[in-house]
Design a binder for this molecule. Structure first.
Ligand SMILES: [Zn+2]
Length: 384
């Protein structure tokens, strides 16, 4: 719950918190609420259009420039940290860190590891390959089969700068040639993946929609289940026992349907799958919340428009979380998932001064974005 206090910031960090603090420069925010910078645990900063034909005709480097406006739209939401689940490479991260372009702090996966015929395989029946993420020197192909290739791929991604490893342990919606109800990768491949990632100090996040794929992932020790569309009660209790996180991305299937309504050219199979998963997705999420699964906010933005990230929050509330729980999922819980609790996620002395100033009722989630009057990242005002 909010308390009445001043916050003193120096050197990009919170140095004091309490009543009647002094400083060289004072900003009066009385009547507003200060919250920590928000964290989106699942974005794709280099993805902007779902339309297959639009993507095909864009020059190779165009998505990197689109990422600049995507990152800006993310800051508009008060989101100062993201986990990029595939697409952003080390160059984008470094450009933000060096102040060359403005954007949120990020943890990057670079490429999605996928089996042949899996969610990250862009192969089309015509023989052309039109994946959403073209491989390049900074972003290796994520396609692997077998434990040996898996070992090499994780090492290759770590070499390229990945700080989290993303794997697809089931089919998905936007990949027309697979089924979200099927498990991808076998135990031997997932065990190698987790061992190599762990050795490199990286957590593993998995695109996982199928019940079996989710269970295989939990057994392998993967840290977070992304989407989690088909959760049965066994999967939920396995996640609770193992402490596995759920990043629901409730916006994603709806975003696919919205894009179709707006005229985007999306394969018919993907549209069918988006329609098929929506109900199961919300039902699984509600049961997971009721059972006490750890939840971190993530949106899969890039599937939907960048800047619409906070539309996820009312959906999480509709799934049974209180507004307080929803905001915790987008701050302290997400920081814990990212392994960054020492740095971000709460307002506490010593943490980075990522601050969002919110007018009106903080817990009116549909209005949150419009109520944001200023955003600070590392003590520097980036909005307002
Ligand atoms: Zn995603």
């Amino acid at each position: 719950m909010p308390i009445r206090a001043d916050i003193a910031v120096a050197g990009g960090r919170i140095v004091a918190l309490g009543p009647r603090l002094n400083g060289d420069e004072e900003i009066d925010v009385s009547g507003s609420t200060l919250i920590p910078g928000l964290i989106d645990s699942h974005v794709h900063l280099t993805m902007s259009d779902l339309d297959t034909m639009v993507g095909l005709h864009r020059p190779f480097s165009y998505p990197f420039y689109q990422a600049i406006s995507n990152m800006s739209a993310t800051l508009d939401c008060g989101i100062t940290t993201v986990r990029d689940a595939g697409g952003a490479d080390l160059g984008i991260q470094q450009a933000v860190d060096d102040g060359l372009v403005e954007g949120p702090r990020m943890q990057i996966a670079i490429s999605m590891i996928s089996q042949t015929g899996g969610h990250g395989d862009g192969w089309m029946p015509s023989g052309f390959s039109i994946g959403h993420q073209i491989a390049h020197p900074g972003r290796p192909s994520g396609l692997v089969d077998g434990p040996d290739e898996m070992r090499r791929k994780v090492r290759e991604l770590v070499r390229a700068g990945a700080q989290v490893i993303k794997v697809c342990t089931s089919g998905g919606v936007l990949s027309p040639r697979d089924d979200p109800r099927h498990a991808h990768f076998r135990t031997d491949e997932l065990d190698v993946l987790v061992a190599e990632a762990t050795a490199a100090g990286c957590g593993v996040m998995t695109h996982s929609q199928s019940t079996d794929g989710i269970k295989n992932s939990v057994r392998a020790g993967i840290r977070s289940i992304e989407h989690g569309i088909y959760l049965d009660s066994e999967a939920i209790s396995m996640m609770i026992d193992a402490g596995t996180w759920l990043v629901p991305t409730l916006l994603a299937p709806q975003a696919v349907l919205n894009a179709v309504d707006a005229g985007a050219n999306i394969p018919a199979a993907s549209v069918r799958k988006a329609l098929a998963v929506i109900e199961a997705h919300m039902d699984s999420f509600s049961r997971a919340v009721a059972a006490g699964v750890k939840v971190a906010m993530g949106t899969d933005t890039g599937v939907g428009p960048h800047g619409s990230n906070l539309d996820e929050l009312p959906l999480m509330k509709a799934g049974g979380m209180t507004p307080q729980q929803v905001l915790a999922a987008a701050t302290s819980s997400a920081a814990e998932l990212l392994g960054m609790s020492d740095e971000i996620g709460t307002l506490a002395v010593g943490k980075r001064a990522d601050l969002v100033i919110v007018g009106g009722d903080l817990f009116d989630l549909p209005k949150l974005k419009g109520n944001i009057s200023a955003v600070y990242k590392d003590g520097t005002r980036v909005r307002g």
